[in-house]
Design a binder for this molecule. Structure first.
Ligand SMILES: [Ca+2]
Ligand SMILES: [Ca+2]
Ligand SMILES: [Zn+2]
Length: 385
């Protein structure tokens, strides 16, 4: 196609879609069941002068990349990260319990306009990461609520829970009956069997990283976590699931001689909900994170009765403070026994617009260090004073 006719195509597309292409930047981020979405986002087909050059093809790539860290509708800590890039969606985990599937599905549905989630990542076989994927007698799992393109998950697990069995049975049913493709992270890293190490999403890439516990026994299930890097232009976003120190150290060691290291990551999903065992200095030194977003219920006694060891832990805070104070937390524990919790930042949406990071939260935009919970429950590190 020559330049002139290419321009006509763009003009036609603008005429067809330009007027209606409203980006719903003010879309309601709450996931309350009674929330209505008046303006679901429509991909911007607007035209950019830079898209038209002397080549024969027209590239229309004004899609926005939005990375959502979700609240999960109950008091339990768990992970769910939804990456929305036009008609391409990536869902990393669906915790924290089976009844989280409703909160997740309600929240993400307006963004999945073609009804299909192209990529699902299940980092490891713990319920706070995979329980929302499958259906039960009373809940409809996320994997049963959308068409699912490709599932990428953990190569190894020592879990013998019903959670793992249920998730994997659902995955296998989708593969057998629905045309879903399944690869392990190791197949992806090795570019085996049609799996890819790097998925080119058009202006954005998803790279499945290697870590040695994809193929050797770990001391904890957490270290089997699938790790991936999203790249948008020169900006990198890192997701390590619940990887703990042995996994983090091995990941950093491996990449000393690969891909010029992990490199600076402007966004890092705070590892393992802000636990003391993750986000160790070796990893932080390697990625120098600027924005850290954590899916957790702050101050929950779910995993620790020691206040300083409750997510996000004092140890995590002391380490991350040397790199950034831009730390965001989804949910806040109010009264665990009586099942009371509320939004901390709420659902947190990270994006980069015109080279600048934008953070949009459904509850408030306070940094962790400025929250009442932090002031009452944590010691301020010198770097944050
Ligand atoms: Ca979308
Ligand atoms: Ca889609
Ligand atoms: Zn977890």
């Amino acid at each position: 196609m020559k330049k002139k006719s290419a321009s006509i195509v763009v003009v036609l597309l603008l005429a067809l879609f330009g007027g209606g292409a409203v980006i719903a930047s003010d879309v309601d981020l709450n996931n309350n069941a009674d929330t209505t979405y008046n303006d679901p986002p429509i991909d911007d087909l607007g035209h950019d002068e830079a898209d038209i050059d002397d080549h024969d093809t027209v590239v229309i790539s004004d899609k926005e990349l939005n990375i959502h860290f979700l609240e999960l509708g109950n008091k339990y800590t768990g992970d769910c990260v939804f990456i929305d890039y036009g008609d391409i969606e990536i869902l990393i985990d669906a915790g924290s319990r089976t009844n989280s599937s409703a909160a997740i599905t309600n929240y993400i549905s307006p963004f999945v306009q073609d009804g299909k989630i192209e990529y699902v990542i299940a980092t490891h076989a713990h319920q706070d990461h995979i329980a929302g994927f499958y259906s039960t007698k009373t809940t409809t799992g996320v994997l049963d609520s959308f068409e699912i393109g490709t599932i990428i998950d953990y190569p190894l697990s020592d879990s013998n829970t019903a959670t793992r069995t249920n998730y994997e049975a659902t995955r296998e049913r989708l593969v057998a009956e629905e045309g879903t493709i399944h690869f392990t992270a190791l197949q992806c890293y090795n570019n085996e069997d049609g799996a890819q190490r790097v998925y080119d999403l058009g202006g954005v890439t998803m790279e499945i990283l290697y870590q040695p516990f994809y193929e050797k026994k770990a001391g904890t299930e957490n270290n089997y976590s699938v790790c991936l890097m999203i790249k948008q232009g020169d900006k990198q976003y890192l997701f390590t699931g619940d990887l703990e120190k042995a996994g983090e150290d091995a990941l950093v060691d491996y990449y000393q001689n690969e891909r010029d290291g992990l490199g600076h990551c402007i966004l890092y999903k705070g590892g393992h909900h802000g636990s003391s065992t993750s986000s160790n200095l070796k990893l932080l030194d390697a990625i120098t994170p600027e924005y850290v977003i954590i899916c957790t219920c702050a101050g929950t006694p779910e995993y620790s009765d020691t206040p300083s060891g409750q997510f996000p832990t004092q140890q995590f805070i002391d380490r991350i403070a040397g790199y950034t104070d831009k730390v965001y937390i989804t949910t806040l524990m109010v009264d665990y026994k009586n099942n009371k919790f509320e939004s901390m930042n709420g659902n947190v949406v990270f994006s980069v617009k015109d080279g600048e990071v934008a953070i949009a939260c459904s509850s408030n935009d306070l940094l962790l260090k400025d929250t009442d919970w932090f002031k009452e429950n944590r010691v301020t590190p010198a770097a944050w004073a």
